[in-house]
Design a protein around this ligand. Structure first.
Ligand code: NAD
Length: 502
């Protein structure tokens, strides 16, 4: 039987997506629409508005006015807390519907929603966690450096009107990582979801709106990055750009921020290492590493551990386990509970991944398993076999570039110094995991590895701690206190309390 998502699509009853500008849902000014095709079947999912330059301008002006003159930045802490908590409750109340829409958007199987970081529960928790920050956003009081009667203190104030641009792979999670702290801090926002995952974000935004946000605090413009996104990041009335996506687009965001001297946060890609020592639980190391590259998002995750650095003593054992695991990956209907992995998001990404596999072969790596596109019942979708290359040089293209597909590069090492050198020899620095039973080695490695987050014998994302990258994996951090800092400006207040200090 040929795979089809039509029944689920019709059941979901998707209406043509509209833009949210100044509290009103409306079509794009020039009526342009984008048609989204499902990555597993190429069937039409639905259409949504392509926001043109004038629509983006209206959305930014709405966020600007809501920030400069509206009630949200000036709201009492208890009122902002209530709204954020209602958003969390609203998300929990629509968990199944949201998970369905994600699967219709990007083809990520609903079974992957059982992983906490990809669950709707995690999205709700992010809003709830940031609700707790609202009444704790404070500065510090310092003694006067020159002595005398002098008050010196700092205030943390919302940074302003924020442009938030997000990718398609974790649409709800990544929207929440930006909206929750921005709203908690008192900012106003124009959000642009990816053109490859729009419907779930539009539903999330309706839930947020229903929680009682004043008009203009949250605006949404949909459409492709090259037009809608470009107009947004370059708009002069934006105070801050927060971006999650590829390094290439990240450079454009940085250039736009430089041009307008805007505040900027970047969460970009990775080429994260999993470092396996001979005293490790090799089975756990191999299955977890291969899981990040093949299960759920099929390696289309920023934190996928796509470079396995494996000690020569356990190299063959590691390879045998990852090869066996490749055979267990189950592609198919994203709504079937036994489907464990997704297609690649679009044909461009399919071509890119197949191109990288070709470069792996051409540059002399040893193909252990996979390497081809899937055919038969899955031929209409963008499916690539789980692929493992062994004996990869860390200088090879497949060891240096983010492939964003189910491709693992396995690289042997001989001692700890070599492992550290190889792990850090990358232009990225998002995540790393060390596998060892030696606690002192674990501490040495966590200090030596240049990565935004380091796991020891496991890697589990948490919504309340700083997340971000070293090097070209990004700028600034998201999550918890670091998010609040990223959406606030510091103001220093100087108050001489006698004539002597004037
Ligand atoms: P992408 O960079 O192609 O697109 C991201 C967003 O930017 C989309 O909304 C897109 O429409 C928009 N965009 C594209 N061109 C633009 C332009 N010229 N101006 C303004 N906006 C533009 O990335 P993607 O394919 O959607 O996502 C995959 C990438 O995201 C990977 O590199 C992955 O590592 C990264 N990512 C990083 C994190 C993290 O937290 N570090 C999380 C998830 C994904």
């Amino acid at each position: 039987m040929v795979l089809s998502i039509k029944a689920r699509r019709d059941e979901a009853g998707l209406s043509a997506g509209e833009l949210l500008i100044d509290g009103r849902w409306r079509p794009a000014g020039d009526g342009n629409l984008w048609t989204h095709h499902h990555p597993a079947t190429a069937e039409e999912v639905g259409t949504f508005a392509i926001a043109g330059v004038a629509d983006v301008d209206a959305a930014v002006r709405s966020a600007r006015a809501a920030f400069d003159d509206g009630p949200w930045p000036r709201a009492r802490a208890k009122d902002r807390i209530r709204v954020l908590r209602r958003i969390a409750d609203g998300i929990r109340g629509h968990a199944e519907e949201l998970q369905t829409l994600v699967a219709l958007d990007n083809g990520v199987p609903v079974s992957f929603g059982e992983t906490y970081a990809m669950s709707v529960e995690c999205v709700a928790d992010i809003f709830e966690h940031h609700a707790g920050w609202v009444d704790k956003i404070g500065g510090e009081t310092l003694p006067g450096y020159q002595g005398g009667d002098h008050m010196v203190f700092t205030l943390r104030e919302p940074v302003g009107a924020v442009a938030a641009v997000i990718p398609w792979n974790g649409p709800l999670l990544l929207a929440a990582q930006k909206l929750a702290p921005a709203l908690a801090a008192g900012c106003t926002v124009v959000l642009k979801p990816s053109e490859f995952a729009t419907f779930s974000v539009l539903r999330l935004v309706r839930i947020i709106e229903e929680a009682g946000l004043p008009a203009g605090v949250l605006n949404v413009v949909t459409g492709p990055g090259e037009t809608t996104g470009d107009a947004l990041i370059n708009h002069p009335l934006i105070d801050k750009i927060t971006f999650t996506g590829s390094r290439g687009v990240g450079r454009k965001v940085l250039a736009a921020a430089a041009n307008g001297i805007k505040r900027v946060s970047l969460e970009l890609g990775g080429k994260s290492p999993s470092v396996v020592f001979p005293d490790a639980d090799v089975y756990a190391a191999a299955t977890t590493t291969m899981g990040t590259v093949t299960l759920g998002l099929s390696g289309q995750a920023c934190v996928a551990h796509t470079r396995a650095l494996v000690h020569r003593d356990v190299y063959d054992e590691f390879l045998a386990i990852v090869e066996a695991m490749a055979a267990l990956v189950n592609y198919g209907d994203p709504f079937h509970p036994e489907t464990t992995a997704s297609p690649l998001i679009n044909e461009r990404q399919l071509d890119r991944v197949l191109g990288y596999i070709e470069s792996g072969r051409a540059e002399g790596a040893r193909l252990i398993v996979g390497g081809d596109r899937l055919d038969g019942e899955l031929a209409a979708g963008n499916f690539v076999q789980p692929t493992v290359f062994a004996d990869v040089s860390n200088d090879a293209t497949i060891a240096r570039e983010e492939i964003f597909g189910p491709v693992l590069a396995v690289i042997p090492f001989t001692d700890e110094d070599e492992a550290i050198r190889l792990a850090n020899d990358t232009s990225y620095g998002l995540a790393a995991t060390v596998w060892t039973a030696d606690v002192r080695r674990a501490f040495r490695m966590t200090k030596a590895l240049r990565a935004g987050t380091v796991g020891v014998n496991g890697y589990q994302l948490e919504p309340h701690v700083a997340f971000g990258g070293h090097g070209q994996s990004g700028l600034n951090r998201e999550g918890g206190r670091s998010s609040i800092e990223a959406y606030t400006e510091l103001k220093t207040v100087l108050i001489p309390t006698s004539d002597e200090m004037m």
